[in-house]
Every structure is written in C-alpha cells, then in structure tokens.
Design a protein around this ligand. Structure first.
Ligand code: DX5
Ligand code: ZN
Length: 231
C-alpha cells in the first residue's frame, strides 16, 4: 500500500492555480492535484468546470484527480477525461449507471473512481468494486473545505479495506475531508492509502512541507501497522 497525498485546490487561490499547483510539487510533493467540481445541485456550492480543468491540465505536470460533486455524472464524467483528468470520481448517489460509467471512464483512458457520502454504506457496492480503480470514502459532508473530520467514518474505511482484501483487488482507498496532521494517522491505520487535504495543505505557511509532513505520518502509521500484523 503506497501512500499518496492529493492536495485539494479548493483551498488554493483560484486566480493563481498554476502557481498553486507548483507550490505543492517537487520531490515528496503532491501525487495528484485534487480538483473539486461542484454544481450547486448535488452539493450546496459552486466551483469550476471542464474549461478550468482543461487549462490546469496544460499548466501542470501533476496529474489531476477530479472529484465530481455533481448531478448527472453519467453525462459529464467522460468530458472531464477528455479535458485531461487522470482520475475521475463520480458519486454513487448521483450516478444512474455506475458500471457503465466506470467502464466509459476507463475506456477513455482515465482511472475510474466512485465516492460515497457519509450516510451511504459500502456494502451494496461490493460487487461493483472490480469495475473501479479507487473508492472515495467522504469523511465530511461534501460541499466545503475546512470542515471537521468525521471520526464515525473510520469503521466504514476499515470495512472497505476488508472488502478490497477479500476480493484481492488492486483498488486505492481515498479519503477526503478534514484530513490533517491530527487525523491522518487514524485514517491510515483504518486502511486508507490516498489522502486528500485542502486546508491542511493550502492553509499552511509552506504547502509542500505540509504535504511531506502528512506523507511521513501516514507512512509511519502504515509501517507500524504492517509490523504489528506480521507478529
Ligand atoms: C469537500 C471537498 C474536499 C475539500 C477538503 O467537499 O470534496 O476535497 O477540499 O477540504 P479539507 O481538507 O479542508 O477538509
Ligand atoms: Zn474532494
């Protein structure tokens, strides 16, 4: 399980996105840039769309991890792949045909990922997991950065990790919301390996150092858990 840290540009300066991407790059820096797309229907907030993703993809070498908090992802997700996203996440609650959509995203050349809001259980989606490259367990209600981490999501992260193991899948387990120095260890211990962090990275004096700090904590936790399992 390799730790990945994906800074969310929701907490960056939208007028300087290329520079803000650069601020988390470099050795030990961001693995992906997390791009939150909101439509004021699926969530009560509005952010950005395909043209911004297109421009950002040209402006940075860091691959884009697009999190679509929108209605009708069946229609829109493929457009984000065409715009240059390397990974596209749609919400289970919004997708009309998640299997068809995941296959379409993969066929167009991106990683396919499905997100679950806090009240959505993972169990009904067990049979769909082989169709996905990543599952995103939301650890806040989607819509805004800077919210408090929901500890009550830890059992769902654990159960998702168990399902991935049970089916022997090579599936990344992402968490998003309230990830910070104080919470990342609990999430890593529960089985997450891809960590989105907005305010903890872009609210820091040195965003690249914040990414390295989060990575070190998650890696340390996973190494310790691995040793504990081996004994
Ligand atoms: C919230 C977004 C998150 C957000 C996380 O709905 O999906 O990606 O940027 O922000 P923090 O890390 O500040 O909770
Ligand atoms: Zn997000």
């Amino acid at each position: 399980m390799a730790v990945q840290i994906n800074p969310s540009i929701l907490s960056a300066d939208f007028a300087r996105l290329a520079e803000e991407a650069g601020a988390v790059g470099g050795p030990g820096g961001a693995d992906w840039l997390h791009v939150d797309v909101m439509d004021n229907h699926f969530v009560p907030n509005l952010t950005l769309g395909v043209p911004v993703v297109e421009s950002l993809a040209r402006a940075t070498d860091i691959p884009l991890d697009c999190h679509l908090m929108i209605e009708d992802p069946d229609r829109w997700a493929p457009r984000f792949v065409e715009a240059g996203a390397g990974s596209v996440t749609f919400h289970a609650e919004a997708a009309a045909a998640p299997v068809r959509l995941a296959r379409e995203i993969r066929a167009k050349g991106a990683r396919a990922s499905m997100a679950l809001k806090p009240a959505t259980p993972i169990e009904p989606y067990e049979d769909l997991l082989p169709e996905l490259d990543m599952v995103l367990i939301m650890t806040v209600e989607p819509g805004f950065g800077g919210q408090a981490f929901l500890d009550i999501m830890l059992p769902k992260i654990r159960r998702t990790r168990e399902l991935i193991g049970k089916h022997g899948l090579d599936l990344w387990l992402q968490i998003d919301g309230g990830v910070a120095d104080e919470t990342i260890e609990r999430c890593a211990e529960a089985g997450a390996d891809v960590f989105v962090a907005g305010s903890a990275v872009y609210g820091a004096q040195d965003p690249a150092a914040a990414v390295r700090g989060l990575r070190a904590k998650a890696e340390q936790t996973i190494a310790t858990a691995g040793r504990a399992c081996a004994h």
